[in-house]
Design a protein around this ligand. Structure first.
Ligand code: GDP
Ligand code: MG
Length: 441
């Protein structure tokens, strides 16, 4: 990860009190590569690097930090600053009905996201939502909104493909007023590319109903392309925010940074899955961490807190924070928790450095495999579990026989354990989950 690379770049600099122009330059070369790898737009990357450079020169290296960590901190803070300091949600502080217009290319996720947003407002804020499809070009799109809208408990305005989208918008607003709705969502049509006819249609609709929010929906998977499209929509419609969809397929976060930098408009939500609960408020600090390759520690903690025995997790993290060392017993506990939390690959994406550390086949541990790992670890003596270095060839043979597995499998488990141990050490060094969880308890 970038954090690792910067640590290496700065290893030789230990003991120097200030960040010099040359060592910042070296570090920023790594930052630049990381940003581009995260699919951040080239111009955006350049401008960003320039700003960090200005901020970093001459900065005192704090006693508690290495120069690498210090630069990471500056880069992290700048990323957060660019993306907006806090999460901004929908602006609902208006006379109802609040009108939210969804805009974006075809397939970007407008219809799905409309239902997701409505679901959120209905479930969390008891809002009465009316949805209307202005997509008269694809009859299936109207049907789609009806289906997902009904699934989340919203009212969907009946519309016909023969109607003019401008007329539908006006009618929808009247219905929303008459029906006492809190929020009206207008799900608009998209095209595969920016197209003048569509843009003027959308501009007309916006002029007619004067939406409080115009959310641009961008597909995170399209990376670079999303940037110019976003600029186009913003120039034409003066969008109020961005919903970045399909971030479950691209966890690098580069599109978020680029779109924010180019439009200056806040990213308000992330689409995180096909299902209608796959929506999260955008947290700039989390995406910044992701871009830096530090993993999404906060999300990890939240997932852990939701699904796992809190006490158990807490004890484990506490242990790591205290650096008493991560033993095979902890490894087993962790595996059992991971099993409860969902797929390992999901989780690994959220753990700092874990992707590289655990790259490859070892990752696809399914339930059956976890049972085998459990058998192996339970066949070890207590001493062996606490000090894996004790496990020599003859002990391996004994453990394999006892657990009904093979020496190769025992070896594989030990290798996995050592990799995880290394990773957990890093995690502990970052301040640790234990500390965070304490704050959240
Ligand atoms: P629209 O043409 O802009 O209305 O896009 P749709 O809402 O019809 O979505 C297009 C496709 O993207 C559908 O197959 C959705 O299920 C899918 N989709 C939308 N949002 C997400 C998301 O956040 N994650 C994933 N994995 N798929 C999504
Ligand atoms: Mg649609």
């Amino acid at each position: 990860s970038l954090s690792d690379r910067l640590e290496i770049t700065f290893k030789k600099l230990k003991g120097q009190g200030k960040l010099s122009e040359q060592n910042i330059k070296d570090a920023l070369r790594e930052v630049r590569i990381a940003l581009l790898e995260a699919d951040v737009n080239l111009n955006v990357t350049k401008a960003f690097i320039r700003r960090v450079q200005e901020k970093a020169i001459g900065v005192e290296v704090l006693k508690s930090l290495t120069p690498g960590q210090q630069v990471i901190k500056i880069v992290h803070d700048e990323l957060v600053a660019v993306m907006g300091a806090a999460n901004e949600s929908l602006n609902l502080a208006n006379q109802p009905p609040v009108v939210v217009m969804m805009a974006g290319l075809q397939g970007s996720g407008k219809t799905t996201s409309t239902a997701k947003l409505a679901k959120r407002l209905i479930d969390k804020e008891r809002k009465k939502c009316l949805l209307a499809s202005l997509d008269v070009y694809r009859p299936a799109a109207m049907k789609q909104l009806q289906t997902v809208g009904e699934q989340v408990g919203a009212t969907v305005l009946p519309t016909e493909p023969t109607e003019n989208p401008r007329e539908i918008a006006k009618r929808a607003l009247e219905e929303a007023k008459k029906g006492g709705f809190d929020v009206l969502f207008l799900d608009t049509a998209g095209r595969l590319h920016i197209d003048e006819a569509l843009m003027s249609e959308l501009a007309d609709v916006a002029a007619l109903v004067n939406p409080h929010e115009i959310l641009f929906v961008a597909d995170a998977m399209t990376g670079q392309d999303a940037v110019s499209v976003a600029k186009n929509f913003d120039d034409r419609l003066n969008i109020t925010g961005v919903l970045l969809s399909k971030t479950d397929g691209d966890a690098r976060g580069g599109a978020a940074l680029s779109i924010r930098e180019v439009t200056g408009k806040p990213i308000k939500f992330l689409g995180t899955g096909e299902k209608l609960d796959g929506l999260e408020p955008f947290h700039p600090d989390r995406v910044a961490s992701r871009i830096l390759g530090m993993g999404d520690v906060v999300s990890l903690v939240e997932t852990a807190m939701e699904k796992v025995d809190l006490e158990e997790t807490f004890k484990l993290q506490e242990k790591l924070a205290n650096k008493k060392g991560f033993t095979l017993e902890d490894f087993l506990t962790q595996m059992q928790q991971v099993q409860k939390m969902g797929s390992i690959s999901d989780l690994v994406g959220m753990i700092p450095g874990a992707k590289q550390a655990m790259k490859g086949k070892e990752l696809d541990v399914d339930d059956k495999q976890i049972k085998r790992l459990e058998a192996i670890i339970l066949s070890m003596t207590k001493k062996e579990r606490q000090k894996h270095a004790l496990i020599n060839a003859s002990r391996k043979r004994r453990i394999a026989a006892g657990s009904g597995t093979s020496v190769q499998e025992v070896n594989k488990l030990l290798k996995q354990f050592v990799q995880t141990q290394t990773m957990m050490k890093k995690l502990g060094g970052m301040g640790g989950l234990g500390k965070m969880m304490k704050g959240m308890k």
